[in-house]
Ligand binder design. Structure first.
Ligand SMILES: [Zn+2]
Length: 467
């Protein structure tokens, strides 16, 4: 994500599939979802079947799901972020392998008990009905005019790892989401004339009163925009279809931002490794309070223009930032609640690299000033760049999680050379693709690639350790 605060804090705003084989498929959860979109009531209703692979359920007593839309039912955060109309995600008729069970829902978390004899089972199939009410003016999950933004909109499996279940609560700072790779098969029923723009390869034309089934394997999430309002610019980056979607009134930036999206996809593919899917969509428009841009697998959002001292200009850096997340978050995952710097820091560095190499912008001074400011914040509060989301205020979050790590990577490039830094990122991308990486993993790769012990360097920059 980029928040408006992050892009706006500085004196000069930051100029400002692989198809799975059947063997792989059994390693990942599979979602089969039917989604009936009711435009009059701004609701989506239907059925979800989640099949969990044997490997992930062998000793489980229960399974947790995130029902993030419930955050918009009774807004607990600031009045300025409160949606104009609430939203929710209600789940009913939950069954495990065909047997009804009593789910427990507490705000944005749902617990589904599994029957006892789990040890010998092969896979677990969980069925449920759902009713999603879209909020108006919600952050990410939103609806306006004849457009619905479906983000974190279905019951999302929580992650269980060595630390146990991750059922951390929703928050308005950062992206409080943590998911593993899954396979999706979603059958949309939408009224005639609506378009589907999603994480999958999308139909060419608006839907004419028919049912559309879309599939995408090996992604962390599945986002969708259902719209009658958007127009597109289409092109290619290598074999990847790049589509930019804009609303009436945004014609003046559409072509330039599409060009930026295409060159961004090429730039990152060449430097970090291939983008493994066949399409990416860039959807312009503000998708909720405070959000300049947001990333989902195969789909990103961005505001069309960004304010600078010289006036408004096309939001090239936001588009490119969100696209870089396809590599850092989309393919190489991390726990965005526990270590948000890992995807945001690398993504901000990627964005700065693009803006420097392709757009001729030098933000060195800004990065140095921001890094120094972080030193002052750390001395005062003890907060570092490697903290969970809940430890940060809005402003400190942007500085510690985005800007400081970007400054760190730039400094590293000065010390060991840009080629070596790119080799670190390529190796990290290759080694942890489709997995969850940690700060330790990243540092290990950096040490290995350079043949040096860079741990003191990262300790200083990320943890503010002085030796
Ligand atoms: Zn971001």
């Amino acid at each position: 994500m980029i928040s408006v605060i992050v892009t706006g804090w500085s004196p000069r705003p930051m100029n400002v599939l692989r198809t799975a084989s059947s063997a792989e498929k059994t390693e990942r959860p599979h979602y089969r979802i039917t989604a009936h979109y009711h435009d009059e009531s701004a609701q989506v209703t239907g059925h979800v079947t989640v099949t969990l692979p044997a490997k992930q359920v062998s000793d489980l007593r229960e399974v947790y799901f995130h029902l993030y839309p419930n955050a918009f039912a009774h807004w607990k955060w600031g009045a300025h972020t409160k949606p104009k109309q609430p939203g929710y995600l209600h789940v009913s008729r939950v069954k495990v392998d065909g047997v009804s069970v009593a789910q427990q829902v507490k705000e944005t978390v749902m617990k589904v008990p599994l029957p006892q004899q789990v040890g010998t089972r092969k896979t677990v199939r969980i069925d449920m009905d759902y009713r999603l009410q879209l909020p108006k003016g919600g952050t990410r999950l939103n609806t306006f005019k004849r457009t619905a933004f479906l983000a974190q909109w279905y019951p999302m499996l929580a992650v269980k790892d060595q630390d146990g279940w991750h059922i951390e609560p929703y928050t308005t700072i950062g992206d409080p989401f943590y998911t593993r790779m899954s396979d999706f098969e979603i059958t949309f029923h939408v009224p005639s004339g609506y378009r589907l723009i999603t994480s999958a390869r999308d139909p060419e034309d608006p839907v004419q009163g028919v049912v559309t089934t879309l599939r995408r394997h090996n992604v962390r999430d599945f986002a969708a925009v259902i719209t009658k309002d958007y127009e597109q610019v289409q092109g290619k980056a290598g074999s990847v279809r790049v589509r930019l979607w804009y609303l009436p009134g945004m014609e003046d930036v559409a072509q330039e931002l599409h060009d930026a999206a295409v060159s961004g996809m090429k730039f990152f593919s060449q430097r970090f490794g291939a983008y493994p899917y066949d399409e990416v969509d860039v959807v312009l428009g503000e998708t909720g309070y405070g959000i300049a841009g947001m990333e989902y697998p195969g789909l990103v959002t961005s505001i069309p223009k960004i304010p600078t001292r010289q006036g408004e200009r096309p939001a090239v850096n936001v588009v490119v930032h969100e696209l870089a997340h396809q590599w850092w978050y989309g393919v190489v995952g991390n726990n965005q609640v526990k270590e948000p710097w890992l995807d945001e820091g690398l993504t901000t560095f990627s964005e700065f690299l693009f803006m420097h190499d392709q757009m001729g912008e030098d933000e060195r001074e800004l990065l140095i000033r921001a890094a120094e400011h972080c030193n002052r914040i750390n001395r005062k509060t003890g907060v570092t760049s490697v903290e969970s989301l809940y430890r940060y205020s809005d402003l400190v979050y942007g500085l510690m999680v985005y800007t400081r790590p970007a400054a760190m990577m730039w400094e590293l490039a000065d010390e060991i050379g840009k080629d070596k830094v790119l080799r670190i990122l390529r190796t990290y991308y290759q080694r942890y693709q489709y997995q969850i990486a940690t700060t330790e993993d990243f540092i290990r790769v950096a040490n290995e690639v350079t043949g040096k012990d860079l741990t003191p360097f990262f300790d200083k920059w990320l943890y503010f350790k002085t030796r």
